[in-house]
Design a protein around this ligand. Structure first.
Ligand code: ZN
Length: 255
């Protein structure tokens, strides 16, 4: 039986995600931005929470943990490097570790950049990547604790996963990310088409998550820093991809 994945809004612009294993009944939340929306979806699906998989320590990803622990007997998994800052953490994981949710298995991928200990969870068989605040639909996270070079390496690791992989990120920023992407490459036909589809999805009151890594590799400016058109957009013709990426990220910070 395939895993079931539910995506729903939390807080002002966070994404809540639950992944459910029908074979065992195990259900994991990816991060816990806010307890109430998670509890509502669990109740609506008649699922019981068994695990929380934390991507990083920021308050808008961990504030729901303790209220959910009061309600369920759950295991909280998170990055070893940020264990001190994650309330209620039970199990620490590192790059290359495998985390089981019932019979579902996720590989832990270290993605330093947004925070130094940030990790992503890749469910290979389910073709699902939970990237937290590292890679967004049409964007990437702000770089708080590492160099742009390190963030670029982290993004390259995620971009190396199969194109069919569904990307679940930590925030619904896609429409504003699309505006920035169009400022960088205004005439890109694939980007224009995607931006129009995003506007229609948002106008209908729906989330734009998940996208696929194939879509991101084709249209996300931060994954395309190795392409001549992006280098030209930041006046770094023939520049290194990591430098083009850094220039794009600086531009976006002020956009
Ligand atoms: Zn964050």
């Amino acid at each position: 039986m395939p895993a079931q994945i539910e995506v729903f809004p939390c807080r002002s612009d966070n994404i809540g995600v639950l992944i459910h294993d029908p074979a065992t009944g195990a259900t994991a939340a990816i991060d816990a931005p806010e307890a109430n929306p998670i509890l509502e979806v669990l109740a609506a699906r008649n699922w019981s929470l068994t695990d929380i998989l934390v991507t990083h320590k920021h308050a808008d990803h961990v504030e729901g943990i303790l209220p959910l622990k009061d309600r369920y007997d759950i295991r909280v998994v998170g990055p070893g490097a940020e264990a001190d800052a994650i309330p209620g953490i039970d199990v620490t994981v590192h790059d290359g570790d495998v985390v089981k949710v019932g019979q579902l298995a996720a590989k832990v991928i270290a993605t330093p950049g947004h925070t130094a200990g940030h990790i992503a969870y890749w469910f290979e068989r389910e073709e699902a990547l939970f990237a937290g605040d590292t890679l967004f639909a049409l964007g990437c996270g702000r770089i708080f604790e590492n160099t742009p070079e390190e963030m670029w390496q982290s993004l390259q690791k995620l971009a190396a996963l199969p194109d069919a992989t569904r990307l679940y990120c930590g925030h619904e920023y896609t429409q504003s990310n699309a505006r920035f992407a169009l400022a960088v490459t205004p005439d890109d036909p694939a980007l224009r088409e995607r931006a129009a589809a995003i506007d229609a999805t948002r106008a209908a009151g729906k989330l734009t998550i998940p996208s696929t890594l194939g879509e991101e590799k084709a249209t996300n400016p931060f994954l395309r820093a190795g392409e001549p058109a992006l280098a030209k957009a930041v006046s770094l013709e023939n520049g290194r991809a990591a430098d083009v990426f850094a220039a794009l990220r600086r531009w976006k910070d002020k956009f």
